[in-house]
Design a protein around this ligand. Structure first.
Ligand SMILES: [Zn+2]
Ligand SMILES: [Zn+2]
Length: 396
């Protein structure tokens, strides 16, 4: 029997456990860095099948690294990525319960079939918390935990089957101004922090047209004063900035710092600009994507290419794709056109019968693609050639 057929059989044997895990995570939504149950359930399942689990990992209580002790570790190392955070108020409206269960199935099935067939190499699954709110993969990628791996593999549920979708770089930036309160009848006694904040918004508008086409900024005022008869001594805005590349975003951040400085000078207020970790743009490996596509088609799924003019979002898989060949492909759990962006319709789909099928399909397709990487020297050479040409020049 072919090893790929064995992979499919192992996933079918795991079916009840994988679907129970998917439903348990879906029914117990936990937001970023609070995913204690989801992390524990994955740890227990992995340990049951012989993995050694390190948790907490990389300074995050709900992150983990789980490795299967390979009898022949002198081969490529495959990383599968799990996500399991939910959305405040919406629950699993992004379907990460499917990502987690698919990653568990893929890693167990690949490790077991490698062992049974003497395939050299190693399987590791990373539990990556808080994809939605901060990006657990960012400190992991920065710490070098993916160094030495041949590839990183994951899927995400969607309303259609897609490979090779791109993603934008993104960063949250907070700007604060510190002024001096005064009665509004004598404004000259105060320093108006809100006036600086309004100048900041106008300055951002003036500069934003100089940024590259994909660059977008959206800002809200979170603090603008307490009462209209008091000159505001404190004002704060939060921005989400997106750009085609992390490199571009770093330049926009410097622009924001300069505008904030000039807006502060205008009134004499103090100021502070704070940028969160940057979600890097995504470089989907086309070589790996084609291998995944062929495997999914062998399982009866038609895989499509994205509309490259469509709007795309941002995810911390981008940071991983900057350090190792990576895929983050999409499998449909809902009809095309379903609202997939953090909506209750997608949450409901994420526990439906098609979602269960997708857990098993994802596990099989990811494990088969991992096997391709382990056993096909030419595939690995083409993956890294693509990486060296497309990705490495953008590392920063
Ligand atoms: Zn998601
Ligand atoms: Zn999401």
């Amino acid at each position: 029997m072919s090893i790929k057929k064995q992979i499919a059989d192992v996933v079918e044997e795991l079916k009840e456990e994988l679907l129970a895990l998917s439903r348990a995570i879906h029914g117990n939504p936990e937001t970023g860095m609070q995913e204690h149950k989801a992390a524990r359930w994955q740890k227990e399942l992995l340990e049951k099948y012989g993995f050694t689990v390190e948790i907490p990992f990389c300074g995050m209580p709900t992150a983990f690294r789980a490795a299967y002790p390979s009898k022949n570790p002198n081969g490529p190392k495959i990383a599968f990525l799990s996500e399991y955070d939910a959305l405040e108020g919406v629950g699993h409206g992004c379907g990460h319960n499917i990502i987690a269960s698919g990653a568990m199935g893929a890693s167990i099935a690949l490790a077991k079939t490698m062992e049974a067939n003497g395939v050299p190499g190693e399987v590791v699954v990373f539990g990556t918390p808080a994809e939605e709110t901060g990006g657990g993969k960012i400190p992991m990628a920065d710490a070098g935990v993916f160094d030495g791996f041949a590839c990183a593999l994951m899927v995400h549920p969607s309303d259609r089957n897609l490979i090779a979708r791109h993603g934008l770089a993104a960063q949250s930036v907070d700007v604060e101004f510190f002024g001096k309160a005064a009665h509004s009848s004598s404004p000259g006694d105060g320093v108006n922090a809100l006036a600086s904040l309004i100048a900041l918004f106008n300055g951002v508008d003036s500069l934003s047209h100089t940024w590259t086409n994909e660059s977008k900024i959206n800002g809200i005022i979170t603090h603008g004063g307490a009462a209209s008869n008091i000159v505001p001594d404190y004002a704060k805005a939060s921005f989400t900035v997106r750009a085609g590349k992390k490199k571009t975003l770093l330049g926009i951040f410097r622009d924001l710092e300069r505008v904030a400085q000039s807006a502060a000078l205008l009134t004499g207020a103090g100021y502070k600009v704070a940028g969160a970790d940057v979600y890097a743009e995504r470089y989907p490996s086309m070589t790996l994507g084609e291998a995944f596509k062929a495997n999914m088609e062998s399982l009866g799924e038609i895989m499509n290419y994205p509309d490259y003019s469509a709007q795309v979002g941002s995810s911390d898989i981008g940071n991983v794709s900057l350090v190792v060949p990576a895929i983050h492909e999409y499998l449909a759990i809902a009809e095309p056109g379903t609202v997939i962006a953090h909506h209750e319709s997608f949450r409901n789909a994420a526990s439906g019968p098609r979602a269960d099928d997708v857990v098993l399909l994802a596990a099989k397709g990811l494990a088969m693609t991992g096997l391709d990487v382990l056993t096909d020297d030419d595939l690995r050479a083409r993956m890294w050639k693509e990486f060296d040409e497309k990705v490495r020049p953008n590392q920063c």
